[in-house]
Every structure is written in structure tokens, then in C-alpha cells.
Design a protein around this ligand. Structure first.
Ligand SMILES: [Mn+2]
Length: 448
């Protein structure tokens, strides 16, 4: 039941407890905890002895207070987490633990860390053994990746030269064991093989820290072979609700979470992947090619916009660093919108952004000379789905999403002629830890 139908159910029967409960859950999911509290309270007037609901109301009230508190701190203008981490490191406040016995980052004579392939392979094994990196290494990896993200534009332009392929990966959502399986299929990033992860690496799955550290470590090592777009879950208000904040603080402390949250704002918002030679297969007369006559794809987590005239230049100019996507505007729409079958635009089923029809996609691709869009953000049973007359493809890479959707994962390989190849894969077993295990206040079960 969606928000509109539960509200109708309440109007028909104002004592319909289940409908209030369902609506409270909807409010939590669309990040309106204040409204959820009101519905919980209504249930308690009808069922004063419902302790589960009472606990959920108390946890939600705590969440509301926490959000207000954090807003107040933001107004006071806290120091940048990047500067603060550098400061703590310089003061000797984040040295390596003496008894640490895991993989070692190379260190130069002047005490600066760098990264190599052996470290990443050792780190992945270390994670598989259920172990954590020392906080210093976490910071070095996140700061190392950050230095590359801040240099990238809000839309990154990647050309695929002869002999190279670029694989586009959709949502991973903290499913570390599935991501390792996926990497075994794609291969790791290299000069012959680029990877683009299209957002929503974190939240829901309970190994989000391991997922994001692995991706960031590759970005640090191979800035020109590894690319990461921001998803709507690389954002503070989502991480607070869907587990990453709790997980990061639990594993590496408050300052580490602040660092992650800031670096998420430096992730680019979209990537334009361009072929560098003519299409090999004859393309349809209606195919849209770049000004040079090549195929090129606009890769973004959510999708297109509430208005038609948005250009690639407009996206490049978005001032993203330090900013959250919010509830409206270009950044919000890039990260949140979904395609719909009907022409035109419709309301979002999520309560944020809009839904865009096949005609909207066609007009936008023609305006920008883009051959198609590749987006993620929604589970698909086959791991991918081609819609909007071939102009809009969804790719999703979390198989058996949150341990219950039963879907396949998929990724898309693009070669130097712009040919797309889809590969599907199934879920792999993981250690016995439920999704959303780190959601604060025991609200995880409500968010599934
Ligand atoms: Mn998403």
C-alpha cells in the first residue's frame, strides 16, 4: 500500500490501526520521522498496551531530536572533516595500533602513506576473515580517494579507447560478498578495464564499510581506471536511517563517519562514457550519436529531470562539494528519479523526485546527443532492464537484495565501439548477519 491508499484507508476507518502503522513506516522511509511519531501516537491511543509500537515511537522521537541537534551544529559551521582528520593525524592522535598484524600500506621516508595492489588484495582477505582495518588506514584510504574526487567535475567524461572495456555496476548496498563475486566476474580495474560504480554502495547491507573502503582503495590506486558516481544513499539523511552511519561509527568511530559523509559529497553526480570508434553493428536510423558520430552513454544513479532543457553543461556546473542532494533541484533529481512507462512526467512513488516517461528520455537524449542513459536505483528481477525504446537501461548489482528480493544482479560492459554486453549473476552466501543490523534504535526492521 502506498501513502495515498493508506491515507484513504484511515479516512474510511479512523480506528484502522494497521493503516496508521503502514503510514508511519512510509513516513520513516521518506525521511519524515516527525509525521511517523504522530501516527505511532495515534496507534497508542487506540492500543495503549502495544509495547512494540511504544518502543518504535520512542526510537523515532530520539531520531527527530538527533536531526535537530545536528542541524544546530551545522549552522554553527563545524570545521571540515578533511581538515580535522589531517589535524588529528599531525597531532599523533591517529597512529597505527602497535599490535596491528594485517596488510600494510607502503610508507615513504617522510612518513607519507601510499597504496599498492598487494595491500588491496590483503585488505580484501582481511575483511573476509572478519577483521577490521585500523582507523588510521581507513582515514588514509578515504583521504586518498578524496584527493581524486575533488579534482573531478560533477560530470566525468570517460573515453573508452581501442582494446579497453568499461563495466558499469549498479547498486551494491553493502553486500560485500556479492561485490567480491562481481569483481571476480568483471576483473579488477586496470588500464585495459575500467570500472564505474553507479552509486548506492552503502546502506542496507551490513558490510557497507568493507564495500566502500574497497571501492575507495581502488580509486586511490587507479584514479583513471576506477570511477564512482554518487547515489541517493551516499547522503547523510539516508545513512542515518538505513544503517551506514551506525555501522561506520560502530566499526571506526564518530570522526570516521564524519569523514565518509563529507567525502560522499565530493563524488561526481554522473559519468559520460564515450566510444572512440564507429559502431560495429549497423545502428538504427533513429540512433542518436555524439557530435563525432560515436555512441555515448549518460550514466547516473537516478535519472532525468522535471524540465526538458537541462544540458550536460548544466550538470557539469552543479556545485556539489559539501552539499546534500536535498528534496529538489538538479542534484536531487539526478540521484532520485525513476523511469515510468507512461509518456510525460508523473509523481514519484518514493515521495522524492519525479518519474519520467519515454518521450522525456528521447527529447533529452536528442538535445544532448546522447545514445542512451544507464541508471540504477531500482531492483530488477533480471539485474537489468532495457526500457524507453532502448534509450533507458536500469542496472542493479545487489543479487537477492536485502536477503529477500530473489533477483539476479547484473553489470554492463561497454567496448570502444560502444557495444553493450550484459552479464547476470546470482547471490553468494554471506556470514550470518542480517541486513540493517546497525540501524540505530532497532528501527531496521521497519525499513526493509
Ligand atoms: Mn538509490
Amino acid at each position: 500500500m502506498g501513502m495515498r491508499s493508506v491515507t484513504q484507508a484511515i479516512e474510511i476507518d479512523p480506528k484502522y490501526v494497521k493503516a496508521y502503522y503502514r503510514r508511519a513506516t512510509c513516513y520513516l522511509q521518506i525521511l519524515k520521522p516527525q509525521s511517523a511519531v504522530a501516527d505511532f501516537r495515534k496507534i497508542l491511543t487506540l492500543e495503549p498496551k502495544n509495547d512494540t509500537v511504544r518502543q518504535q515511537m520512542v526510537a523515532t522521537q530520539k531520531l527527530v531530536r538527533k536531526i535537530e541537534f545536528e542541524k544546530a551544529i551545522e549552522m554553527e559551521g563545524e570545521k571540515s572533516p578533511i581538515d580535522r582528520c589531517h589535524e588529528i593525524i599531525a597531532e599523533g592522535g591517529c597512529d597505527l595500533d602497535r599490535d596491528y598484524a594485517g596488510p600494510q600500506l607502503p610508507k615513504s621516508e617522510d612518513g607519507k602513506y601510499s597504496i599498492n595492489k598487494e595491500f588491496i588484495q590483503g585488505m580484501i582477505q582481511w575483511f573476509k576473515d572478519g577483521k577490521a582495518l585500523p582507523k588510521r588506514y581507513v582515514w588514509e584510504i578515504v583521504l586518498g580517494a578524496h584527493d581524486h574526487f575533488v579534482k573531478e567535475k560533477s560530470i566525468v567524461k570517460v573515453d573508452v579507447p581501442e582494446g579497453v572495456t568499461c563495466d558499469v555496476i549498479g547498486d551494491v548496498h553493502g553486500q560485500f560478498y556479492d561485490m567480491l563475486h562481481l569483481y571476480s566476474l568483471t576483473g579488477e580495474p586496470s588500464e585495459k578495464h575500467y570500472l564505474l560504480m553507479n552509486g548506492d554502495l552503502v546502506d542496507r547491507g551490513s558490510w557497507s564499510v568493507e564495500v566502500i573502503l574497497t571501492a575507495f582503495a581502488y580509486k586511490w590506486l587507479y584514479p583513471k581506471f576506477m570511477y564512482i558516481n554518487r547515489g541517493n544513499h551516499e547522503a547523510k539523511e539516508m545513512n542515518r536511517t538505513y544503517g551506514f552511519e551506525g555501522e561506520a561509527k560502530h566499526k571506526h568511530g564518530d570522526q570516521s563517519y564524519k569523514l565518509f559523509a563529507h567525502v560522499f559529497t565530493t563524488l561526481p553526480l554522473a559519468t559520460l562514457i564515450s566510444a572512440t570508434k564507429a559502431p560495429v553493428q549497423p545502428v538504427k536510423p533513429s540512433a542518436i550519436l555524439s557530435p563525432e558520430g560515436y555512441l555515448r552513454y549518460f550514466v547516473v544513479h537516478g535519472g532525468l529531470f522535471s524540465k526538458d532543457e537541462v544540458t550536460l553543461d548544466d550538470i557539469e556546473k552543479i556545485d556539489r562539494i559539501g552539499r546534500q542532494p536535498g528534496q529538489e533541484g538538479l542534484m536531487c533529481e539526478l540521484l532520485w528519479t525513476d523511469p515510468q512507462d507512461l509518456p510525460g512526467r508523473g509523481p514519484s512513488k518514493r515521495g522524492v523526485g519525479i518519474a519520467f516517461g519515454p518521450d522525456v528520455t528521447k527529447r533529452w537524449c536528442s538535445l544532448n546527443k546522447v545514445s542512451g542513459i544507464i541508471r540504477s536505483h531500482e531492483v530488477r528481477q533480471d539485474g537489468y532492464q532495457v526500457e524507453h525504446e532502448g534509450l533507458c537501461t536500469t542496472v542493479f548489482s545487489a543479487p537477492n537484495y536485502v536477503d529477500q528480493a530473489g533477483n539476479k544482479g547484473a553489470f554492463i560492459s561497454i567496448d570502444s565501439a560502444g557495444t553493450q554486453k550484459y552479464t547476470q549473476f546470482d547471490a553468494k552466501p554471506h556470514p550470518p548477519m542480517k541486513p540493517m543490523a546497525y540501524v540505530q534504535g532497532g528501527l531496521g526492521g521497519l525499513m526493509m
